[in-house]
Design a binder for this molecule. Structure first.
Ligand SMILES: Nc1ncnc2c1ncn2[C@@H]1O[C@H](COP(=O)(O)OP(=O)(O)OP(=O)(O)O)[C@@H](O)[C@H]1O
Length: 778
């Protein structure tokens, strides 16, 4: 009775709030004359610079100015439109579910408690006096996540506010109707969390604001130190917490931080699109997202840069010949900070000797030789840094270009080209010169002058690509230097311990690079060397960098991040048990951040031990696959034990998988993944299995996926989850190398509700240590 009465009261309040929302929506629509259309965003991809490539300097200036004016005008209009549009959208969102929580807080010294309703956004009453809803990110809302009923406090700009929470309540409101209502303790409503977690997998990640757990809230709101490192078991909500953290930071620092000041490095494009809906769902613009590989490609346009997954595919399925072992050693060394030290020593040496340059040639003739360039470079004092010397060198070369222009003037080729100019080109020159008012109608008849001007124009045009190259510092022979580094290291004195196979590694590297192919393990070191010589490219725009699946970046790459984002704050999220590039780490754990680059006093570490994704049975099974003692606590959601089925051959394997898939579908599961070890295995499985059922084959280029049956290589399933997972072939001949244990673990932990493993003959030794009662066979 009492309960019904309470619910009716709450529903009445919801109705009142909905009326206010309606009114606000109408007012907004009147103000803007109806907001029917979204704005088409013209944003370019993050790494792309806006360059307008014109020959003539004047044109460049002119174009630039007009572009800027236009852009300013457009962005002003876009801004106000965007603002209204955002408000409108947020109100629409509130209309469906205005809030999800409430606390009654009695502040110390007050005699009446305040009811704080918490939702996605703040909402004031009609007179803009009282908060009907508090934004979940508001300081006062933090108590909802941090405290059970009883004493509580929260931080404000003016200090801590203390008091007592008298009631903590959760709501499930759908389409304006209260569907559920629970008074809860410290953990935010097991009931609601149970319900959320029992839901089906989605092809897009969902926001978790209504059920953020205390330890996750600590990640979301923690901004004490420059670096925040979050280590957490599979499915512990690292990515979720990271995305809500972005929303929180955008709210807290809204005056100074925009979405495009935040960059998320994600493991692949599939993951990028998987998480792309969370922030818009929270009413915020998406942060910039990129894979580190995209960044490398952008910076190394002259090369074909190997994709990290190609490298991984090679390691996982490579034929294990001599090259294989040498390359593996090379990968390990090139991922280490020792290699960075070696490059530093090499660069130090280059200050006095050994720089390499390229000849500058024009019309097939060298006109400034590499030797001359080198001499000029070393004529500049040692006290000037290499990047600064290169800048001075560039200026010197550009002056040489001016001289060259004069020198070429009387030459035969210029005359010939001017005779060959077609009418259109001729007119172009004429108009250009006229515009510049460099001559009048009358003087153009002056044949000599005309010829002179045409010659100028022709030479300038011919030399323009060369000038461009000089401006891009293409005269520095970074390729030659990178190759030379390997020879130098053998002879020179330095303190770095080189691998035994160093000579072979050097040969292998040189061979690839000469073909303009950069293996993935060379890409970052190469860029590092280039930046050390030519000057660092620093991304000042990025104020906060998020690195997800951080265990998959090498120590060298982390050092490099510190170089290119020296002032950015960083949130680094990872799980050492899910390293897929273990072969690059040589026994070290991923995510060993060097104290020098990430000093203790600037770093805070948070560990998440509770796992939310999978049922208790799956978590308990998968955790025994691991060798280490990491604490992983399953959330209390029950399901079936994982099942291991052993068959005799491929044909029976496919039959058994098809049967299992049929069962799973008939039980209503919609997103089911058959996880294979490699892309090659995935393709073979796809060819066989798709004769019986419809599958989507996920490749490294795949950007998004639909619900249904998927076949996916293990490493692409990173960070994603499925209702049910089938490990296609967990045989001992497929997963046996100790370095693949974590990959195997990562694949199994993608399952939310059901996990099936199949094996042809003997199963993987990784399963030997799993207790018999943690799974069923058959
Ligand atoms: N507080 C929460 N409320 C509701 N769902 C949650 C919560 N925390 C985590 N989850 C759910 O658990 C699942 C796993 O979360 P998430 O992908 O963020 O974990 P992760 O630590 O990044 O996992 P992994 O390292 O395995 O990729 C997601 O479905 C997420 O929505």
């Amino acid at each position: 009775m009492q309960e019904n009465h309470e619910k009716a009261k709450e529903q009445a309040r919801v109705n009142h709030v909905l009326e206010v929302i309606e009114k606000k929506l109408r007012t907004l629509e009147e103000k803007t004359g109806g907001l029917k259309q979204d704005i088409v965003s013209l944003r370019k991809t993050f790494w792309e610079d806006v360059t307008v490539n014109l020959d003539e300097p004047d044109d460049v200036i002119e174009t630039h100015t007009s572009l800027r004016q236009q852009a300013e005008l457009l962005s002003e209009r876009e801004r106000s439109h965007r603002q209204f549009f955002k408000q409108h959208k947020n109100l629409e969102r509130l209309k469906a579910s205005p809030y999800f929580g409430r606390i009654d807080f009695l502040e110390d010294g007050e005699d009446k408690s305040e009811k704080i309703y918490i939702g996605l956004f703040s909402l004031m009453d009609e007179n803009d006096e009282e908060f009907l809803i508090y934004d979940w990110r508001a300081p006062i809302s933090s108590m909802y996540y941090d405290f059970a009923p009883g004493p509580a406090n929260y931080k404000t700009m003016d200090g801590d506010i203390t008091g007592n929470i008298e009631l903590k309540r959760q709501y499930i409101i759908r389409q304006g109707e209260i569907k559920g209502m629970f008074d809860t303790g410290i953990t935010i409503g097991d009931e609601v969390l149970q319900a959320v977690l029992s839901d089906q997998a989605d092809t897009q990640m969902k926001s978790i604001v209504a059920t953020i757990q205390k330890e996750q809230n600590e990640i979301i709101r923690n901004d004490r130190k420059k670096y925040l490192v979050v280590l957490g078991a599979a499915g512990s909500g690292k990515t979720s917490a990271a995305l809500q953290r972005v929303a929180y930071l955008l709210y807290k620092y809204r005056e100074i931080l925009r979405a495009d000041n935040i960059l998320l490095f994600s493991p692949n494009q599939l993951f990028s699109s998987y998480v792309a809906t969370v922030l818009p769902e929270l009413g915020e613009d998406n942060m910039d997202q990129s894979t580190f590989y995209q960044y490398l490609q952008h910076r190394l346009k002259d090369y074909e840069v190997e994709n990290p997954y190609e490298q991984l595919e090679y390691i996982l399925s490579g034929k294990r010949d001599e090259n294989y072992w040498v390359r593996k050693k090379a990968i390990r060394f090139k991922a280490s900070l020792s290699f960075k030290q070696l490059i530093d020593a090499y660069v130090h040496n280059l200050q006095s000797d050994g720089m390499m340059f390229k000849n500058i040639s024009f019309r097939g003739e060298v006109f400034i030789s590499k030797q001359e360039i080198k001499e000029y470079f070393y004529s500049l004092g040692k006290q000037i840094s290499i990047p600064n010397r290169i800048q001075l060198l560039k200026d010197w070369l550009l002056i040489k270009m001016d001289e060259k222009e004069k020198e070429e003037k009387g030459k035969e080729w210029v005359l010939q080209e001017s005779e060959l100019l077609d009418r259109e080109d001729y007119l172009k020159v004429y108009r250009k010169l006229q515009k510049e008012q460099r001559f009048s109608e009358n003087t153009f008849n002056d044949f000599e002058r005309e010829e002179n001007m045409l010659a100028d124009w022709i030479i300038k045009r011919k030399l323009a690509p060369l000038r461009k190259k000089i401006n891009e510092l293409a005269f520095v022979d970074v390729r030659g230097l990178y190759i030379d580094l390997f020879t130098w290291a053998r002879k020179a004195q330095h303190s770095v311990q080189l691998p035994n196979e160093w000579e072979k590694i050097g040969e292998m590297t040189a061979k690839q690079i000469k073909r303009r192919i950069l293996c993935y393990e060379d890409a970052t070191p190469y860029l590092y060397l280039k930046d050390r010589l030519e000057g660092k490219l620093i991304y000042t725009k990025v104020r906060h960098l998020f690195i997800d699946e951080a265990q998959d970046y090498s120590p060298f790459e982390f050092a490099f991040f510190r170089e290119i984002f020296p002032n950015s704050r960083m949130t680094i999220l990872g799980d050492i048990n899910q390293s897929i590039f273990t072969f690059a780490l040589g026994g070290q754990n991923g995510l060993t951040l060097s104290d020098e680059l990430f000093p203790d006093e600037e770093l805070e570490k948070i560990i998440l031990a509770k796992s939310y994704r999978s049922t208790k049975q799956i978590v308990e099974f998968t955790k025994e696959i691991l060798n280490d003692e990491q604490e992983i606590i399953p959330f209390n959601r029950n399901g079936n034990l994982p099942r291991l089925t052993t068959v005799e051959n491929k044909q029976l394997l496919h039959q058994a998988i098809i049967k299992t898939l049929g069962d799973l579908q008939s039980r209503g599961y919609e997103t089911i993944a058959v996880i294979c070890k490699t892309a090659r295995e995935a393709k073979q499985a796809f060819d066989e299995l798709s004769q019986a059922m419809d599958f989507h084959l996920i490749k490294k280029e795949t950007r998004s996926y639909e619900k249904g049956l998927l076949i996916i290589p293990s490493y692409l399933a990173k960070g994603i989850e499925f209702d049910a997972v089938i490990i296609y072939n967990a045989s001992s001949n497929i997963y046996s190398d100790e370095e693949e244990r974590k990959l195997f673990y990562m694949a199994c932990t993608r399952a939310m509700h059901e996990l099936f493993l199949f094996s042809i003959g003997e199963s993987s030794p990784f399963l030997n240590q799993v207790s018999e009662d943690k799974y069923v066979r058959g």
